[in-house]
Design a protein. Structure first.
Length: 534
């Protein structure tokens, strides 16, 4: 018995807290939900982008024509189709057309992704066809890997296919919906195959559906290569909403939206006071600062969520309220489970810190062409049994007595400083409690010290350091606190930690140069000078 070592009370709470509600899913193929809206409300605006709009009926027709073309090109259910383009209405045509053809789409932002990575994606995913726009064709690797290039703005002009697309076989719930490439432990991108069953389970049940309904405007803010973009796009179109595809101005799209889905880094660049229509906000992808959560929770239904790509967008959610004692990541979403396990994969008693493993319908099909990594991160689920699998998230957590999951950082964010183990997110969380500090990131600088970055730029670094010293052991106190106007972002809207370390090195070098010229280390905070950073 996998739970026999626990007390009877902990065995009961293991299931009470760790198992999401069992809920039927209206359709295991999420694009069928879009097609139903296209039939029921063909004249409703499905999406808008920089002054151009498209209705549900027209988007459905264009996607059907593309699907017919893909089938003629030999695309079959279970295949992979590259979607190499930028935010646009053709992006939506390509995505839905691929699903209608029974294939999984493989998204990459053609404006940001290096050519070497595009080649790696094509080879690893075995893409038969790459969809792009004519203005980006020169950036797509040549077809020596065997793929065919279709430009969405030209190649479909003369197609007049109407009616349903005839597929070689029906699309199955366990066929791929999309393949996303996420950085592996070595930095080499790994393709994760996410199925229709996985996606429908989070987008077509509450709370993952975010209450989206016809008439709602959902902002599309995120990079298409990031799995949360699927939450924006398919989550909107499956419920009859209008997708507001942003241009360069993130805030402009957010100002007219009813629903926002973002990383905390992206959301922190948007002023809640400028978004009077926003009713619902969901964040995921990285830890959310409590001040940011509270600022939005005062005005909207705010959902703090968690889950890696491998567990399909998010697998835990919490409707956060300003008067909550803790900002948690909640409980498992429907038809999913979360287990807090020790290093031997044994269930821990309630309240003990362990590694979170995810089970249920969120667990994706695995990494493409990487059986060693599959064996490391996916395992048979001894709790659900029946051939089910669970996924090792590498997130640390514990259950509160009332059944909420506290996210306590990642196993790879646990570093040793002066021989002591430190959880970096715990340090950042204290810094974010300092008056006036909206965001904080803490990194290991060397074997003996930490460095923290706080924003905005007028946060007093000495006050920040004292706040950490008041509640955490001495080895957790950052040697340097650097105030910055804003935290740099990766192309997926998360904090760019490498850029922060480069910034610190540049400031230290500038400080040395100023000192050499006899003018003092004015470019660095007082705390940095005192701690010997200069």
């Amino acid at each position: 018995m996998p739970l026999s070592h626990l007390s009877p009370q902990d065995r009961a709470l293991f299931w009470q807290f760790g198992q999401g509600p069992e809920v039927p899913v209206s359709d295991p193929l999420v694009h069928h939900a879009f097609e139903r809206w296209a039939t029921a409300a063909p004249h409703t605006v499905a999406a808008e982008h920089q002054g151009t709009t498209i209705t549900y009926g027209e988007l459905n027709r264009r996607a059907t024509r593309l699907a017919a073309r893909l089938v003629r090109e030999g695309v079959r259910p279970g295949d992979h189709v590259g979607l190499f383009l930028r935010r646009s209405i053709p992006m939506l045509v390509g995505l839905l057309g691929t699903l209608k053809a029974g294939a999984a789409y493989v998204p990459q932002d053609i404006g940001l992704t290096p050519a070497a990575q595009l080649r790696h994606v094509i080879r690893t995913a075995g893409t038969r066809v790459v969809l792009t726009q004519s203005e980006h064709t020169q950036r797509v690797p040549p077809a020596d890997t065997g793929h065919r290039l279709i430009t969405l703005d030209d190649d479909l002009a003369n197609l007049t296919t109407e009616g349903p697309v005839r597929l070689e076989r029906p699309v199955r719930p366990d066929d791929g919906c999309y393949v996303l490439f996420t950085s592996g432990t070595t930095g080499k991108p790994n393709g994760v195959k996410v199925t229709h069953r996985n996606v429908a389970n989070i987008l077509l049940t509450a709370p993952g559906d975010l209450g989206i309904r016809p008439g709602d405007r959902v902002a599309q803010l995120l990079n298409i290569a990031f799995d949360m973009a699927a939450w924006e796009i398919l989550g909107c179109l499956a419920h009859g909403g209008t997708l507001v595809v942003r241009g360069k101005d993130v805030a402009a799209a957010a100002r007219t939206a009813d629903v926002l889905i973002a990383t905390p880094t992206v959301l922190s660049g948007i002023d809640p006071a400028d978004c009077p229509h926003v009713r619902t906000v969901a964040v995921a992808g990285e830890p959310c600062p409590r001040p940011l959560a509270d600022a939005w929770a005062r005005r909207s239904a705010f959902h703090n969520s968690c889950g890696p790509t491998e567990t399909t967008i998010v697998n835990t959610m919490r409707h956060h309220r300003v008067d909550d004692a803790l900002l948690t990541i909640g409980r498992p979403t429907p038809n999913n489970t979360v287990y807090v396990l020790d290093e031997h994969r044994r269930a821990l008693p309630i309240g003990e810190v362990g590694e979170m493993w995810a089970g249920g319908d969120c667990v994706s099909a695995g990494y493409l062409n990487n059986e060693a990594l599959n064996a490391e991160r996916y395992a048979p689920d001894p709790f659900l049994g029946g051939g089910r699998r669970m996924f090792r998230t590498r997130d640390l957590g514990r259950w509160t007595p009332d059944g909420e999951l506290e996210h306590l950082g990642r196993t790879d964010d646990q570093v040793k400083v002066r021989g002591f183990r430190v959880e970096l997110d715990s340090v950042s969380s204290v810094l974010e409690s300092v008056a006036g500090c909206s965001r904080a990131v803490t990194l290991k600088r060397d074997a003996r010290s930490l460095i923290s970055f706080v924003c905005p730029a007028d946060v007093d670094p000495d006050t920040a350091r004292r706040a950490v010293a008041d509640v955490l052991p001495y080895y957790c106190v950052p040697a340097t606190v650097l105030p910055v106007a804003a935290l740099p972002e990766t192309d997926r809207g998360k904090v760019d930690r490498a850029a922060l370390l480069r910034l610190a090195a540049e400031r230290e070098e500038a400080g040395r140069a100023v000192t050499v010229h006899g003018e003092g280390a004015a470019l660095l905070p007082v705390s940095a000078v005192r701690e010997g950073a200069v």
